[in-house]
Every structure is written in structure tokens, then in C-alpha cells.
Write a new protein. Structure first.
Length: 390
């Protein structure tokens, strides 16, 4: 019989030292006294998010840069971190991959000349508030401004964490009416913010309304809750979600340190209820621009029945240039994966083109040359092969 605990121990050598600490009982830091039933209550986690330097100093030893950045960036992009996610941070290392994603640094104040407030041109393709209709057969449906953790590399910093961008009932109804009036829309991405910050009832009603539209074939929930607040996925919620099949959950694991037993339970629960789960990793300099880390992450995801779907090049959002890795880093990761592991563990590497151009795939160059009657290419080991073209 499959034993999850045994499997977690087997995972440890691959995930490496950085993740090994969270493979057994996940740490709770200053919340070690909190009873399990409280700690595992997602509403408690939301209410006790860390929002100030004083909150965070209970968990980590802040650097001068971090402390100054928390004060300086609050008006532009607030800080909020669930106790669960904060407890995964290394208290002594500001380069901890979890800490880098959640704690502000002064580099966020540096706005490059190429940075854009709306890097994907979502507002330009917004026929009604809350709907972005850029691709022919699918739309993005913006339903909330809130997230459990405000990731510092967020592409929607202009809206996320800003209460004035909250989607009220009128806006949500207007979005549903738009989708219903456009029969070419067969695929709806429910996003935000994080739609899982909505209550079970509201989320159930929203998905039910989408399912009542005859031409909507696929609904996708875009959520980072499996990473930052896996307690949100209760048996009651997932049972409700499973009523709205086919339903796809797109989540966002970036590093093996986020691969905890709680996260594994969450992904397996969704899979057990027939919900398809895929991961969209963002390539972040200093966090996951390392082939070994990406390979370990993707192998862990597959073991939890979550498909590694995309590696996104970091968008041109304002104040995240310190996160943007060179394109060569992403290509090197693909080259280190292709052929050296199963194709299921090799995601698509894409740039979401600035201004709304859509996703453009990038792949390593395997073609050496085109001759008149053949193409010469190399395989993953660098060996040359010929294939006739006529």
C-alpha cells in the first residue's frame, strides 16, 4: 500500500537540503503553541496575516533593507503573508526563496524604463470591467483583488491588494452577461487576486453561473492557495468544486521549499475529486533560475498528480526588474530537462508578450542546419542526426 510518509522521506534527497526541513512536520515558528484545529483554519490564517515589520520580526531577523522597504512600499503594494507561508522562511537568510517572494526589498522602488503598469495590456482588451478578452475563444474573469500572500513579483500590482479594485456584485454580473452574450467564449479563466479568497458559497454560485452558460466548455481557477494557504482546500470546498466539471486548477509553485505535506495533501485532494491541476512557475532570478531546483520541483508536482504546465518569463511589471532572469537562463533549464527526464516534467517556457501580444513559446535550438535534402539536428546529448526532407 502506498504510504505518503514513506514517499515524503524518499523525496528528501532529490529536493535537497533547502526543502528537507519541510518534508516532515512543517514548521510553525512562533505559532507552535497554536492548536491544530486553529492552525488549519484558513480563516484564522487570513485574519492573522503578517502586515507590518513588527509582525514579521516575530518570524525572521529583518535586514535594514527589508525593514526600510516594508515602510517605503506600503502605499504602492502592501505586504501580507499567511502564518503558514511565513513559517517556511529561513529566519536568518534574506536570500531564502520563500522570503524573497513575500518580503519587500528596496529594489522594488527601482522602476526600469521598460517597466509597464499593465505589462500584459489587460485593460486595453477589457470590453467590460473585470473581463479581459484577448484570445479568440477564452477570457480572463477578474473576481477579487485579494490574495492570502501578496507576491512581490505580482504582474497585477496595479490592482492586487488595492481595495478600490474590488469586483462588486454588479461587476461580476456584468462579466457573466458578457460571457453569456459571446458564444465564441468556450474557456473562462477565473482569476484576481485569488478567487479562493471568496467564500465557499460565493465561489460555488459563481462557478454554477458559468456552468449554466451553454457554450462555456472549460472553467479554470487560477489560485496560489495550494502554495500559500493549502488549508483553504477543505473536503467541503473540493466536493463543491468537483460539481462543476470539467474544472481545471492552475496553481503557482516556484521552488521546492514550498513542497510541504500540507501542499501535497491539497493537490492530492483535488486530484482525488477529479479536478485537473497544473502548475505555472514564474522564472525568478535568485529563486528558481536553477535547473536542479526546477527538476526537483516538477518531479514532486507529478508525484502529487499536478502537471508542470508553464515556465513564465517574469513580466515587465513595475518594480520587479530585480527578479527578471536572462532568457538564456530559461532556455538552459529547458535544455537540462529535455531528454534527461520525462516529457511530462518539461513545461512550456513562454514570454507573455508586453502590451497584450499573448504567449510566445521559447525553445532551445536543436537544428544545426538545413541542407537541400536533409536537416541536421542534435539530440539532448549533443549527438548529431540527419533526417531526410524529401
Amino acid at each position: 500500500m502506498f504510504d505518503p510518509a514513506t514517499q515524503q522521506e524518499a523525496d528528501a534527497p532529490e529536493l535537497g537540503r533547502v526543502a528537507r526541513d519541510v518534508l516532515g512536520e512543517s514548521p510553525r515558528g512562533p505559532w507552535s503553541h497554536v492548536p491544530d484545529e486553529v492552525w488549519n483554519d484558513w480563516r484564522w490564517q487570513q485574519r492573522h496575516r503578517l502586515r507590518t515589520a513588527a509582525d514579521l520580526e516575530r518570524v525572521v531577523r529583518l535586514t535594514d533593507d527589508e525593514r526600510a522597504a516594508i515602510a517605503a512600499t506600503g502605499d504602492q503594494f502592501r505586504m501580507a503573508i499567511t502564518p503558514y507561508y511565513a513559517a517556511l522562511m529561513d529566519p536568518d537568510d534574506p536570500r531564502c526563496p520563500v522570503r524573497m517572494q513575500a518580503v519587500p526589498v528596496l529594489a522594488e522602488l527601482d522602476v526600469a524604463a521598460t517597466d509597464l503598469a499593465d505589462p500584459l495590456g489587460e485593460e486595453a482588451y477589457m470590453p467590460v470591467p473585470g473581463i479581459t478578452h484577448r484570445y479568440p475563444d477564452r477570457v480572463l474573469y477578474y473576481v477579487t483583488h485579494n490574495c492570502p500572500v501578496y507576491c512581490r513579483h505580482c504582474t497585477r500590482k496595479r490592482k492586487v491588494s488595492d481595495p478600490t479594485s474590488a469586483a462588486n456584485h454588479g461587476q461580476l454580473d456584468q462579466g457573466l452577461a458578457y460571457i453569456a452574450a459571446h458564444p465564441e467564449v468556450r474557456d473562462v479563466l477565473v482569476s484576481g487576486g485569488d478567487p479562493l479568497t471568496l467564500s465557499d458559497d460565493r465561489l460555488d454560485a459563481l462557478l454554477g453561473a458559468l456552468r449554466e452558460i451553454p457554450h462555456v466548455e472549460v472553467v479554470r481557477l487560477c489560485t496560489r492557495n495550494p502554495v500559500t494557504l493549502p488549508q483553504r482546500f477543505t473536503e467541503a470546498l473540493v466536493t463543491r468544486l468537483a460539481r462543476h466539471q470539467p474544472l481545471f486548477v492552475h496553481t503557482h509553485f516556484n521552488h521546492p521549499r514550498e513542497c510541504t505535506p500540507e501542499a501535497a495533501r491539497c493537490l492530492r485532494l483535488l486530484a482525488d475529486h477529479g479536478v485537473n491541476v497544473a502548475n505555472q512557475m514564474v522564472l525568478l532570478r535568485g529563486v528558481n533560475d536553477d535547473p536542479a531546483a526546477v527538476k526537483a520541483l516538477n518531479h514532486w508536482l507529478l508525484r502529487q498528480r499536478c502537471r508542470p504546465y508553464y515556465i513564465f518569463q517574469a513580466d515587465l511589471a513595475q518594480g520587479i526588474s530585480h527578479f527578471r532572469a536572462p532568457l538564456q537562463s530559461g532556455l538552459a533549464i529547458l535544455q537540462a530537462l529535455r531528454g534527461h527526464t520525462s516529457g511530462m516534467a518539461v513545461p512550456h517556457y513562454v514570454i507573455d508578450a508586453p502590451g497584450g501580444g499573448g504567449k510566445i513559446p521559447l525553445v532551445p535550438e536543436y537544428v544545426e542546419r538545413w541542407d537541400e535534402d536533409k536537416v541536421v539536428f542534435r539530440n539532448y546529448l549533443g549527438e548529431l542526426y540527419e533526417y531526410p526532407t524529401r
